[in-house]
Design a protein around this ligand. Structure first.
Ligand SMILES: *[C@@H]1O[C@H](CO)[C@@H](O)[C@H](O)[C@H]1NC(C)=O
Ligand SMILES: *[C@@H]1O[C@H](CO)[C@@H](O)[C@H](O)[C@H]1NC(C)=O
Ligand SMILES: *[C@@H]1O[C@H](CO)[C@@H](O)[C@H](O)[C@H]1NC(C)=O
Ligand SMILES: *[C@@H]1O[C@H](CO)[C@@H](O)[C@H](O)[C@H]1NC(C)=O
Ligand SMILES: *[C@@H]1O[C@H](CO)[C@@H](O)[C@H](O)[C@H]1NC(C)=O
Ligand SMILES: CC(=O)N[C@H]1CO[C@H](CO)[C@@H](O)[C@@H]1O
Length: 408
């Protein structure tokens, strides 16, 4: 009998606790709904909304950091005495401004079309060294590109250009300031080529013509119909998919352009971002909670598999442009979508390594067509023979931090 009443009492207490907890849930749920509804109205891309102004002219700084591989023993290497030895220079940090231009509402206000202008301004305090002064020795990309092209050219053209290259002392390596390498310099070989092929650009630079340029027209969902669609890309250059890669899955334009995400993000979500720099969509997953200037935020990072080679992740098979030559993890052959940009990109496979931090950040590196000896131990293209490979690997990743609205 006493046992029974004891049980009754316990279950009564549990019942009360459940009831209180239930009310608690109900109350907080109620307020959440209120806040949600209020914010959902606020967070759409409509003229006059608060988020529209921020979207149009994002105030949060975006930095692009360049690490450059400097070949320190070009002479020994050319003589065949040593493996190329590289040191990492940088970061050379540029703040990227991305104001939106020519904003117009389309599809009866449910979508918004815009161009994003990119402006890069050097940030000395966040950089190591001065790009105008620092000299870097790298593979002579224009020369390698031209030589690659000559494979298919006639004998007379080939020998003519080879002789010219010898006469102006073109070698496998070139030395330029970081500024020139990034933003462009006039290359004598390309100037010469221009006399034969007038459409050739005499200038070469990894970021040539990028300052002040845009990536073409984007059409975004305003999020008016569904807040989950806020900022999601509808079309890029008039297309719903890209056509650079081999499978429909790889060609999909997923998610936003990375400058904004829908409100009420959860930790379980897969954040998709399309970047024209990489010509593809990538995704990110929740990594950890962080605090940004006292405000709690979620940090999202791309998991290893998003940039894994098609050899290791079947989802990425479409990115192996030539089936026999699937590149390594973290390396993407963007020459497929950069044909118009630089003559060189057509021939040299310019690799983009997504290796860094704060932003989808690119190191363009040229080791791929490097005549490395097969004995080179760790020849994944993101890790050349360097004195400083692993330490920047884990610590400084691409990440995006976001403030979860429902945490406060
Ligand atoms: C890069 O390497 C070259 C030698 O190839 C050297 O002269 C130059 O000082 C190096 N640059 C830096 C910034 O270390
Ligand atoms: C933006 O609009 C202006 C005038 O309306 C036009 O001259 C300019 O070409 C447009 N910009 C782009 C990138 O289309
Ligand atoms: C890019 O252009 C802006 C002006 O349009 C200029 O202030 C800035 O210095 C340029 N950046 C580089 C790296 O040349
Ligand atoms: C890819 O998508 C297009 C239309 O979007 C479709 O016609 C085609 O069959 C698809 N290809 C594959 C392999 O699914
Ligand atoms: C785009 O999203 C779909 C499903 O949401 C996924 O299957 C596909 O792999 C994604 N594509 C890319 C390139 O991320
Ligand atoms: C190479 C580089 O940028 N390293 C940075 C990694 O991030 C830490 C802070 O988390 C910086 O102190 C390093 O300078």
């Amino acid at each position: 009998m006493r046992k029974g009443s004891c049980c009754m009492f316990t279950s009564g207490v549990i019942g009360a606790v459940l009831l209180i907890m239930g009310t608690g849930f109900f109350v907080s749920g109620f307020f959440k709904t209120l806040i949600y509804n209020k914010l959902k109205g606020e967070i759409t891309l409509t003229e006059g909304s608060k988020s529209f102004a921020t979207w149009k002219n994002p105030p949060t700084p975006v930095y692009m950091e360049f690490f450059i591989f400097n070949v320190t023993n070009p002479d020994e290497f050319l003589k065949g005495e040593a493996k190329p030895h590289v040191t990492t220079m940088g970061p050379y940090t540029y703040r990227e401004y991305r104001p939106k231009h020519n904003v117009s509402f389309v599809h009866s206000g449910t979508k918004v079309a815009a161009y994003t202008k990119k402006i890069f301004v050097f940030e000395p305090e966040k950089s190591v060294g001065d790009p105008k002064i620092d000299l870097v020795t790298t593979v002579n990309i224009p020369a390698v590109a031209v030589m690659n092209r000559l494979k298919g050219a006639g004998f007379w053209v080939s020998s003519g250009i080879s002789m010219y290259m010898n006469s102006i002392g073109t070698t496998m390596f070139m030395t330029h300031t970081v500024q020139e390498l990034l933003w462009g310099f006039k290359d004598p070989l390309l100037t010469r080529l221009k006399t034969i092929k007038p459409e050739t650009d005499e200038y070469f630079g990894l970021m040539l013509h990028k300052n002040g340029s845009n990536d073409g027209e984007f059409v975004y969902h305003t999020g008016e119909q569904n807040y989950l669609d806020f900022g999601r890309i509808y079309t890029w250059k008039g297309e719903k998919m890209v056509s650079f890669w081999k499978t429909n899955q790889s060609n999909m334009i997923n998610g936003t352009d990375g400058s904004s995400f829908h409100p009420f993000l959860t930790k379980e979500e897969r954040l998709n971002v399309f970047t024209p720099d990489l010509c593809r969509s990538i995704h990110m997953r929740f990594e950890k909670e962080v605090e940004l200037k006292g405000i709690p935020a979620y940090r999202f990072t791309p998991p290893r598999d998003t940039l894994a080679s098609g050899k290791n992740n079947p989802e990425n098979e479409g990115f192996c442009v030539t089936p026999k030559k699937c590149l390594d993890d973290g390396v993407l052959d963007v020459s497929v979508c950069r044909k118009g940009a630089v003559l060189v990109c057509v021939c040299v496979c310019v690799c983009v390594c997504v290796c860094a931090f704060r932003k989808i950040f690119i190191i363009l590196q040229f080791i791929l067509h490097f005549p490395t000896k097969p004995s080179a131990k760790k020849d994944t293209s993101c890790a050349p023979v360097s004195d400083k490979v692993d330490d920047q690997d884990e610590k400084n990743d691409t990440y995006i931090s976001m403030t979860p609205v429902d945490k406060s």
